[in-house]
Design a binder for this molecule. Structure first.
Ligand code: LLP
Length: 463
């Protein structure tokens, strides 16, 4: 997905038909700051630490596999989005990337809002004290219970995703004696350059209402006519793990054009537009993500320019980054188990987790980096595939990477940039116990989501 085309390297090139790798890095002990959380560093003794605590200590205390999240890094990324967009805009962190009550509190303290897309996420957000009016509720098939809970709790906006939902939400709001603030999600017809499963602005998919054939204008018409709804704006989300700003710019232009046509038809200037999330992060050194201030500048400029041209008041902009805030802040720590060299091919390194804690490699062919973190090594680079312990040959964590050839069972290796869509998409496949998330900050480590236990499994299995 974020992959650049990698020419086959000089070693084993003939057998790497489905691999994507570059030549081994010059220094296997180096930790590229692009892919590792801010406070991650390799100490003088060769052991890697985060938030001032070394991984050997962390593994001893919390076990492996485990996700370690750099709280200071999370807060600073959240803050830089907030600062980049300023007071005339809102940043809604997309909770689907990773949500826990601690994270909700950090976001609240850093002045961000929250996008949720299920009753479970809404409950988590409210229970951690996020004010309801700072929550946006999403989803293409919200249940009656979810809509009712969202309206009753007073969420700041519900993002309407279909004609049926316009009526459904209006009806529920009215029956509760409320007028619900809503945005209408449109598909702007942009082909985002990302994996098909996470591109969302082309028309042939389940989200939103198409701009192209006048459907979106019709949705606004219908929503404006309903007493239970206060239509505050238009929403567009073009996809995820995107590096190129061009798609966002086209989306912004088309959304502003809709605002202008709404003004012309109804005499109403909708006050908000939301341009969604989707900004890419570096999973490997090959990726070059945009900074929040560049993104804010580009989006503000295009919206301001288009609004001036259409003689519209500039609406309040909001964005919904998830991955770009939480992704780079965590790594997964694994213990190396079986090491299996396959002659002339590569070495399979099995770890104590796998597709149950990171499904992204199997699902999207995602690329990751990996490093030996419990010690430094001067050994030669060895081409490896890091695999899990599940009963499936597609159980791959890192498809192609280099680790030192003296790697041994018991070593700790870490996969960076696993803060987003790893714990949140984790499963119990093979009755694996989902790993904990441990927040590390300034010499202190604190479990924010505990490890699952066998009792947890049996508690659900009541047969
Ligand atoms: N807003 C909306 C309406 C979304 O649907 C999403 C992501 C976001 C914001 C946040 O996107 P982000 O900034 O995190 O890219 N499981 C996939 C990603 C699916 C994204 C779904 N929607 C993955 O692991 O890559």
């Amino acid at each position: 997905m974020s992959r650049s085309a990698h020419p086959a390297g000089p070693r084993h090139a003939d057998v790497l038909t489905e691999g994507h790798y570059t030549a081994p890095p010059a220094d296997l002990n180096a930790l590229d700051p692009k892919v590792w959380a801010h406070t991650v560093t390799r100490n003088e003794d060769g052991v890697v630490s985060v938030g001032g605590i070394d991984v050997a200590t962390l593994a001893e205390e919390f076990g492996t596999p485990a996700y370690f999240m750099d709280e200071a890094d999370f807060r600073s990324r959240a803050r830089s989005w907030r600062t980049a967009f300023g007071h005339d805009a809102d940043v809604f962190y997309a909770g689907k990337a990773f949500l826990s009550r601690a994270v909700v509190r950090w976001l609240h303290e850093e002045g961000l809002n929250l996008d949720v897309c299920s009753g479970g996420e809404l409950t988590t957000a409210l229970s951690a004290g996020m004010p309801a009016d700072r929550i946006a509720f999403h989803g293409n098939n919200k249940s009656t219970e979810e809509i009712t809970k969202a309206v009753e709790s007073g969420v700041g906006r519900i993002v309407l995703d279909s004609f049926q939902e316009i009526v459904r939400v209006a009806h529920i709001a009215q029956s509760l004696g409320k007028r619900q603030r809503v945005q209408i999600r449109v598909t702007v017809g942009v082909e985002a350059h990302t994996h098909e499963f996470i591109a969302t602005a082309h028309e042939d998919q389940k989200f939103g209402i198409a701009l192209a054939d006048g459907q979106a204008a019709e949705a606004v018409r219908r929503a404006l006519a309903l007493d239970g709804l206060e239509v505050v704006g238009i929403h567009s989300h073009i996809g995820s793990q995107i590096f190129d700003m061009a798609g966002f710019e086209v989306a912004a232009r088309r959304v502003v054009a809709l605002l202008a046509s709404v003004r012309d038809e109804h005499g109403v200037e909708l006050p908000e537009i939301d341009l969604g999330g989707g900004l890419g992060i570096a999973y490997t050194s090959e990726d070059d993500p945009r900074e929040p201030h560049e993104i804010a500048k580009a989006l503000n400029e295009i919206v301001t320019r288009e609004c001036e041209a259409a003689k519209l008041r500039t609406p309040r902009i909001s964005v919904e980054p998830g991955r770009a805030i939480v992704g780079p802040t965590a790594f997964t720590l694994y213990e190396v188990g079986t090491i299996k060299p396959l002659d002339g091919l590569r070495t399979y390194v099995s770890v104590d987790g796998g597709m149950s804690d990171n499904i992204r490699t199997a699902l999207y062919d995602a690329e990751y980096s990996v490093a030996l973190v419990s010690r430094a090594s001067d050994a030669e680079p060895m081409l490896v595939r890091v695999v899990g312990k599940h009963c499936e040959s597609g159980d791959i964590v890192v498809r192609d990477a280099f680790l030192p050839a003296d790697l041994a069972p018991g070593d700790l290796i870490a996969v960076p940039a696993t803060g987003a869509y790893c714990r949140s998409m984790a499963s119990n496949y093979n009755h694996a116990l989902r790993p904990p998330v441990v927040a590390v900050n300034d010499g202190e480590a604190r479990v924010i989501v505990r490890r699952e236990t066998e009792e947890d499994l049996l508690r659900l299995d009541i047969g």
